[in-house]
Design a protein around this ligand. Sequence first.
Ligand code: F6R
Length: 366
Amino acid sequence: EKGGYDSFMLKEIYEQPQAVRDTMGARIDRENKRVILPELKMSDAELATYDRIYIVACGTSMHAGLVGKDIIEKWTRVPVEVAVASEFRYRDPIYTDKTLMIVISQSGETADTLAALREAKKSNVKVLAITNVVGSSVAREADEVIFTWAGPEVAVASTKAYTSQVVALYLFGLYLAQVKGTLAAAEVATIVEHLETIPGKIASMLEDAEQVRRFAESTKGINSLFFIGRGLDYAVSLEGSLKLKEISYIHSEAYPAGELKHGTLALIEDNVPVVALATQPDIYEKTVSNIVEVKARGAHVLGFATEGDYDLAKTVDEVIYMPATLPMLTPILTVIPLQLLAYYASVARGLDVDKPRNLAKSVTVE
Ligand code: F6R
């Protein structure tokens, strides 16, 4: 059932090109290069009225939501707030009749996410769910559902569900932009064309995991690791850090690169590993200057750069190159080596990759 892989997690990492392709599936109108979401029951006119969005989820699903926030705001100019479900359910959120709530849950059974959904519905807020399980509580109780078609995810650490959720958010963001008219048809077409090349790019990244494996092995004796990045790179860093903690038990933190000097830089000393993501052109120089700061304190830096950027190599100790795509789509590629890093760090320590201590696949109690 592991299909020749020695763990479900590795199998699921390698299933990502398919999971992402299936989630795009029939939702891309290839002829007209636009997005269609036939599953939405509400009219386009209604969808266009929403002027504020809450994205509520837990863990990795919340991290997908952070990527979603940036893309929805950029493409539609609708303000989006991302909240952790266990916090949100006890808040007194500010709703108007133009507020849309998006809940994201792989299992569709996470207690806090479900409770947040129920609270919103009590206040008559429209709830759109992004979930991977047909017939789950979240799918049944939400007003609208966009399914991710990742297939069953067995490993406790979520991988293909995350990339599929990010795709679902891209599709929703594009659809909302079409409906609101905030992106020109030609802009949508360009993004759609790039989206369609993503599964192939993930596949090519999965072909050669050797460099990540070696870096992961080098972390065997260390007990702390940092991830830094800005903007979308920061959002993905959070996911990389969670994955690593979860299955390798290495303490790690993800920091917005510019925030380091406000405290965390004190922890950087000789040979502390830092994974630095520098894939976003508009803030590239700023990130590089933060990398220089950690290098000056002796950090061992693994940089993530976009193919064609051969400058970063001059600043960091080693570089992993992401296939070139639109900067907004990079998160779905950047996360792949981060998943592999967590995986190989766990394997190097002889741990049970699929069943990390203290954790359950589906958190159905508060
Ligand atoms: C981490 C992980 C968890 C889940 C979280 C939410 O790898 O899997 O953080 O993402 O428990 O679960 P779902 O998406 O099922 O609501």
